[in-house]
Write a protein that binds this ligand. Structure first.
Ligand SMILES: N[C@@H](CCC(=O)N[C@@H](CS)C(=O)NCC(=O)O)C(=O)O
Length: 228
């Protein structure tokens, strides 16, 4: 049987969520990089696979197509290792907690990455975007005050929720101009906790390398925008 195909871009946080989950579960995928900058994701061949033209997109060995990073992550667990600690099959309340955080993360990631994407696209960052992000992070940091060394479900073990939210918040590390981890100490320590926990699965240091490359790229974009 052929390997499943994974369409991705290395700068993409949602793609890193999926590749990390695949790594933890030992899912061997054929990696197909789509260069978003040269609009490879808009080519007719890929549009047939995913008319929403988004990465990550996962095509299973039988041709079944899934997109949306959090859903791909759930699918990988359900289809490969349903008992995994990442999304435990037989613990309804734990799963609902994970779902809750995954849903929360959809909104969080959009809010927190909005200013960076404005810079990326050469648009003016709006005050309301920064205010909204700061309010969201302040609330989250307050909630995390009670976490004391734990992960999002309140346990000692990370889950899909921690992975997805960690990669959503990579943007704060990549472009700290508007949102700084130092302003949110509880969030900062959770973020470092997840980074530490993921190290054992990222033996080649792919995650910090991707963050560093992305950092350089966005700084270059910001410098270009300031010149105009
Ligand atoms: N909610 C989606 C977001 C996916 C997404 O926005 N992907 C971006 C790269 S990070 C993309 O493919 N952009 C190309 C486009 O929108 O055409 C997920 O979690 O998978």
């Amino acid at each position: 049987m052929s390997k499943p195909i994974f369409y991705y871009h290395p700068f993409s946080g949602p793609c890193r969520t999926v590749s990390t989950v695949a790594k933890i579960l030992n899912v061997d995928m054929e990696m197909k990089k789509l260069d978003l900058l040269t609009k490879e994701h808009l080519n007719p061949e890929f549009l047939k696979v995913n008319p929403f033209h988004k990465v990550p997109t996962f095509v299973d060995s039988d041709g079944f197509v899934v997109d949306e990073s959090r859903v791909i992550a759930m699918y990988l667990v359900e289809s490969r290792k349903p008992d995994s600690f990442l999304y435990p099959k037989n613990d309804l309340k734990k799963r609902i907690q994970i779902d809750r955080w995954l849903h929360y993360d959809i909104n969080l990631s959009t809010t927190i990455s909005a200013p960076m994407y404005c810079v990326f696209r050469g648009h003016q960052v709006q005050d309301y975007q920064v205010e909204q992000g700061k309010e969201t992070l302040k609330t989250l940091d307050g909630v995390m005050q009670s976490f004391e060394g734990k992960f999002l479900t309140g346990a000692d073990q990370f889950t899909l929720a921690d992975i997805a939210m960690y990669f959503s918040l990579n943007t704060m590390e990549v472009y700290p101009k508007y949102f700084k981890f130092d302003d949110y100490p509880n969030l900062k320590s959770w973020y470092h906790r997840v980074a530490e926990a993921l190290k054992q699965y990222d033996t080649e240091g792919t995650i910090p390398k991707a963050i560093e490359t992305m950092k350089q790229f966005i700084q270059q974009r910001a410098a270009e925008a300031e010149k105009h």
